[in-house]
Design a protein around this ligand. Structure first.
Ligand SMILES: Cc1cc2nc3c(=O)[nH]c(=O)nc-3n(C[C@H](O)[C@H](O)[C@H](O)COP(=O)(O)O)c2cc1C
Length: 327
């Protein structure tokens, strides 16, 4: 079915708006969209990069990958296969992707609905472990992007927990890391980004504690009665370590996260283990042969009485989506 170019770009514009809800490291939202002719361009925004934690911009590209995948999910819900060229111009490495409305297909809004339900849930999860069938579905979601999802085995959890704890200690002792946390937990209401106290839980006894964000304020989200007994830890790993691998890892992170949300599960990423290079190498050896660790996640069954985590803020479409040449 042919449509006038105007309608085509409208569909991509809608997709870029849905992509505003994508998760990003420290909620930096390090992207901008430019709508050009019949396609949308997704650009990396290095002014939003974490200088201490992410000097090479790996997590920035992962975050752009989540936005890219969210856009493809929105197109699918509208009944179009997304036609995507990733990193299409070597002379402009910040151009992460060009997205066009591709072939017509059967609309599927399962993951699209999950975009608006997904949250980073840092609370302890319940005793019930996600079943093998859903873990297989998550492996398949990662594999769609050429990324491996490794479930940390019971006999690897203690070593994995010490890797996370060690990375946390290294970061806590480093002023550059602390500066990043401080900068992105003290954003003004007007900025509409960063991590807020109401999405962070105070420390409790648990196998693996989420990142300590509470420098500037006390954490304000009730942890609830969960134990993390059934929580599964996974590592997303890539075959290579090129920019396209980090983008693919972000697309996989989004696909896995939306899929598990659609299945009633909850999750939060753990990226400390890849931010400290020595820990990333130790993790790679621990997992033996699954590839280069790109990001880890904890996944579990939300505890019924807890209710949803409040939605985190996002910048508006007028700020993020524009025309070519606009800065
Ligand atoms: C690449 C990446 C790395 C992240 N790393 C962590 C992390 O180490 N610890 C954590 O608690 N949240 C982490 N997050 C979650 C973000 O802080 C979260 O997505 C953001 O604050 C927006 O909140 P929302 O996911 O609830 O929309 C990460 C997210 C992404 C995309």
């Amino acid at each position: 079915m042919t449509q006038p170019p105007r309608a085509e770009i409208d569909q991509v514009a809608e997709a870029s708006i849905a992509a505003l809800r994508a998760p990003s490291v420290f909620n930096t939202q390090p992207w901008r969209w430019r709508l050009a002719g019949e396609h949308g361009e997704l650009w990396a925004d290095h002014s939003r990069q974490l200088a201490g934690l992410d000097p090479q911009g790996h997590l920035l590209l992962l975050s752009c990958g989540t936005a890219l995948h969210h856009a493809t999910v929105a197109l699918l819900a509208a009944g179009y296969v997304a036609d995507v060229s990733r990193l299409p111009d070597p002379s402009r490495p910040d151009l992460v992707a060009r997205v066009r409305q591709g072939e017509r297909c059967e609309p599927d809004d399962l993951l699209y609905r999950a975009i608006y339900q997904r949250r980073t849930d840092r609370r302890p999860f319940g005793d019930e472990r996600p079943g093998e069938a859903v873990l297989e579905e998550l492996r398949a979601a990662a594999a769609r992007h050429g990324v491996h999802l490794h479930v940390v085995r019971a006999d690897q959890v203690t070593a994995f927990a010490s890797a996370v704890a060690h990375a946390g200690t290294v970061e806590h002792d480093d002023a550059h890391f602390r500066d990043d946390v401080l900068a992105w937990t003290t954003r003004t209401r007007h900025d509409r980004d960063g991590v807020s106290a109401r999405s962070v839980v105070p420390p409790t006894r648990r196998t693996i504690a989420p990142r300590d964000f509470a420098q500037a304020w006390p954490a304000a989200l009730e942890p609830g009665p969960g134990s993390d007994l059934g929580t599964v830890y996974v590592v997303l790993a890539t075959d290579g370590e090129e920019p396209r691998d980090w983008v693919a890892a972000g697309e996989a992170l989004s696909d896995v996260w939306l899929t598990l949300t659609a299945r009633g599960l909850a999750a939060s990423p753990i990226s400390e283990v890849v931010e400290v290079e020595a820990v990333r190498q130790a993790l790679r050896r621990l997992l033996g042969g699954v590839g280069s660790p790109a990001v880890a996640m904890r996944i579990g069954t939300p505890v019924g009485d807890n209710g949803p985590v409040p939605a985190s803020v996002r910048r508006s479409g007028t700020e993020v989506v524009g025309l070519p040449g606009q800065t």
